[in-house]
Design a protein around this ligand. Sequence first.
Ligand code: IPD
Ligand code: CA
Ligand code: CA
Length: 286
Amino acid sequence: MAEKVRMQSTRRHKPGARACQKAFLLAHMKAAEQAARRAAKVLESWRQRFTVNEKARFDLVTEADVASQKTIQEFLGRRFPGYAFLGEEGEAAKVRPDLAGPPTWIVDPIDGTTNYVHDCPLYCVSIGLWMSGDLVVGVIYDPCRKEMFSGAKGLGAWVNGRRLHTSSADRLDQALLATGFPPDMRGQEITLDWWRFFSLRTRSLRRTGSTALNMAYVAAGRFDGYWAFDNHVWDVAGAAVLVCEAGGTLTNIDGSAYDPFTPDALVSNGPLHPAILKAWRSGPGS
Ligand code: IPD
Ligand code: CA
Ligand code: CA
């Protein structure tokens, strides 16, 4: 999250530039919301009739994932021709966009596919906008609860139009934390060690099966923190802006400046971050 959004055409006249930037970001946020609602209709239309395939061991994909991504890509492609697109499904390159390249939509068409497959109502559509080395717009839509989380850099974050604020807990023994596990746990047992560690020191832990919802819930003050070791950029791109705009803190696990293209993430309400980092330094065996 190192670089600032570049709005070259508006730089010279500051008040006007700010208004222009605001309108620019809100227009993209609204378009992403529309795309997410369309994708949610696609998910509904595929329920109970999809087939399940494995991309890798326990890493599920259905026709609904593919159709949802296609809907989002086509809708946003029509609205913003010339923008790049990075989605979880398909063969297109999934690499960090070139700094000088066009804005890039980063999309997870279903975050929580295993839940979707089992008809467990914990999944969502996630859309983020990456511009000049930064995530500037994020939208998460949960079709089961009809909750639209949206945010734009510098402007705020909302759920169904209500402003989001992170919680105030600053001690582990006051905290409800969430985490995510990779589809194939073999070789990832460290994550179970941390599960045990935080289970013994917090009010409770949740594993929802959706990274995007975990992070959106931190933004909403429902969870106080979230950690994971195995994310992809499409898992986090929609929710990162929400967390920042709601007052939360995002870093990598070691406390360094957050890079959404790396797999580990530590997300918190802000006040709890030092306590989690301290735990991290002591190790799960302590
Ligand atoms: C999964 C979810 C889950 C996380 C897994 C992801 P998917 O995404 O975000 O919370 O723990 O690592 O693969 O496959 O449902 O898009
Ligand atoms: Ca995902
Ligand atoms: Ca997915």
